[in-house]
Design a protein around this ligand. Structure first.
Ligand code: GRG
Length: 323
């Protein structure tokens, strides 16, 4: 039985990545021990020379960052990074380090997305959102802290000895998460409220808002493994098709899921007047389209051997998920 036919094997593989990731994120976000006047042990996290973050504000912000980063979540982006890293012989440690940086960016985006100025949400991963638990200012700062920490992690030689590889990864993540990617997509989303969008416009919006982070999560392993551009592009194409199918499933869960089942509020798109592929195409056509996208995503992996089976299985999983 291959992984696509054996959901338990996939869940185990995701869980293995999630455990290593959470252990590493816990170290990175732990309150540093004061070991001498200014020297701080921060796991193995890079820190500026002479920085002393063992001060009250730093303790509070790390607590807020931990509240969100260590509150569960499916850890799909880290799994993508670990899977792509395994295709190119990248070490587990380097893959988890890159995955932590990407998950920090994802977590920051969720924190800021939940703020009153954006989605104004009170529930995330079955818990009060960060601004409900810690206040708005702390939530803004915790998001900022996670965003900047991601790039600090990627700048460390721990991730790769070659500075050119580190710069490549930093650049790819910056493009994917900034105004050319997730931030740009979020702005389009906010501007589109109560507007009629075409299918093409919705696809472009989703590609930026969620697709680019999926794409760089997949590309990260290829960057660290110095893979040829063609392989990077195939992984990006896989991630974009899979990401759009993931987004359609998210929109279907918003229409069909429950607050208890999903751990977040539902029916939000309709209330906010947001056009989605589900609202434009209808539930059945959107579901069919997500299945076509998954077959297309899997077809991009044909150059990879069995080592890409977990990516194939993940693609099947994202459209069957209930959370
Ligand atoms: C605030 C710059 C900025 C961007 C926000 C990602 C995002 C952009 C907003 C999240 C809102 C949302 C519900 C998007 C739809 C798809 C999505 C990204 C869902 C959350 O990702 P999951 O399901 O979350 O992987 P978990 O909790 O499993 O990590």
């Amino acid at each position: 039985m291959n992984m696509a036919q054996n959901p338990t094997a996939l869940q185990d593989a995701i869980q293995k990545v999630a455990s290593s990731l959470e252990e590493r994120m816990g170290q990175l976000l732990s309150v540093p021990e004061r070991t001498s006047s200014t020297v701080i042990s921060m796991g193995t996290a890079p820190k500026p020379e002479g920085a002393d973050s063992h001060v009250r504000g730093a303790d509070t912000i790390l607590e807020a960052m931990r509240y969100s980063a260590l509150s569960g979540g499916k850890r799909l982006r880290p799994f993508l990074t670990a899977c792509s890293a395994s295709l190119f012989g990248v070490s587990w440690e380097a893959a988890i380090e890159a995955a932590a940086a990407i998950e920090f960016i994802h977590t920051y985006s969720l924190i800021h997305d939940d703020l009153p100025a954006m989605d104004n949400d009170d529930l995330r991963r079955g818990k009060p959102t960060l601004h409900k638990a810690f206040g708005e200012a702390a939530a803004i700062l915790a998001g900022d802290g996670l965003l900047t920490y991601a790039f600090q992690i990627l700048a460390s030689p721990k991730i790769h000895p070659d500075a050119a590889v580190r710069c490549d990864l930093i650049n790819a993540l910056a493009v994917a998460s900034g105004c050319w990617g997730m931030v740009g997509g979020q702005m389009m989303d906010l501007e589109a409220e109560n507007e009629t969008l075409s299918v093409d416009e919705i696809i472009r919006l989703q590609r930026l808002k969620t697709g680019e982070l999926f794409a760089v999560s997949c590309e990260a392993g290829a960057i660290l493994g110095k893979a040829p551009g063609m392989m990077r592009n195939l992984l990006r194409a896989y991630a974009h098709d899979m990401g759009l199918a993931f987004q359609i499933t998210d929109d279907l869960l918003d229409v069909e899921g429950t607050r208890t089942e999903t751990g977040k509020n539902v029916n939000k798109d309709k209330i906010a007047g947001k056009a989605t592929l589900v609202s434009v195409m209808g539930v059945e056509r959107a579901r069919e389209h997500s299945q076509i996208l998954i077959q297309q995503a899997i077809s991009h992996l044909s150059v990879f051997d069995k080592k890409a089976d977990n990516l194939r299985a993940l693609a099947e999983f994202v459209i069957s998920r209930k959370v």
